[in-house]
Design a protein around this ligand. Sequence first.
Ligand SMILES: Nc1ncnc2c1ncn2[C@@H]1O[C@H](COP(=O)(O)OP(=O)(O)O)[C@@H](O)[C@H]1O
Ligand SMILES: [Mg+2]
Length: 229
Amino acid sequence: MTAMLQISDLVKSFHQPGGGALTVLDLPRLEIRKGEQVALIGQSGGGKTTLLHLIAGLLVPDTGSIRIDGTELTRLSEQGRDRFRAAAIGYVFQTFNLLPAFSALENVKLGMTFGHGQHDVSRAKDLLDRVGLSDRADYRPNQLSVGQQQRVAIARALANKPKMLLADEPTANVDPVSADVVLELIRTTCREEDVSLMIVTHDMEIASEFQRIDKLDEINRAFAASHSV
Ligand SMILES: Nc1ncnc2c1ncn2[C@@H]1O[C@H](COP(=O)(O)OP(=O)(O)O)[C@@H](O)[C@H]1O
Ligand SMILES: [Mg+2]
């Protein structure tokens, strides 16, 4: 079996502040192969972040199946999902989410804490080196440019040798030149580490770098339903 991610009949709705429920996602099928790199493009509000949260086990679907490398996420308890995420998933946020009181190197090491339970300092240093920041290991996030902060976040997300990296608009908050660097670093390090990559974006310029571009708004029945008059 070469599938890394297999989603079928996935439905997620939210209670609305004004009452009632809104179905955000209704995905019949989405698959990613091992080592594959996919850009999922979709409108703002189209459910991209929700989908990544479901795949990371931070949210649970109403119905449907999410299988990652053979593990059915929806059968796990909350604690089981936390463990699975720590061991198998890397996550790069739009806003980096680095811990401000810690150095770049410490932030990368923190990506290892909940996984195999050990800090592999040489791997943390190697990852910082590979994102071009070996000379910034002792800098705190506020002493780094935003592009550098996102590069630390990439190193942290890969620290635990995940099976899959999820990246949520990872270049949206960096300048265009750094955006190219950040995107290329994500792609190269995933390739080198044999990590499957799913990046979500509303930006066609970013998506067009990828061989496989999936259009969320077309495969998401909930979007189609809310946008047909
Ligand atoms: N916790 C929540 N409660 C209610 N509605 C939510 C919640 N999270 C997201 N939504 C709604 O779900 C839709 C999709 O949001 P999101 O997944 O963040 O979209 P995207 O990342 O594509 O911009 C939006 O309409 C948003 O308002
Ligand atoms: Mg989003």
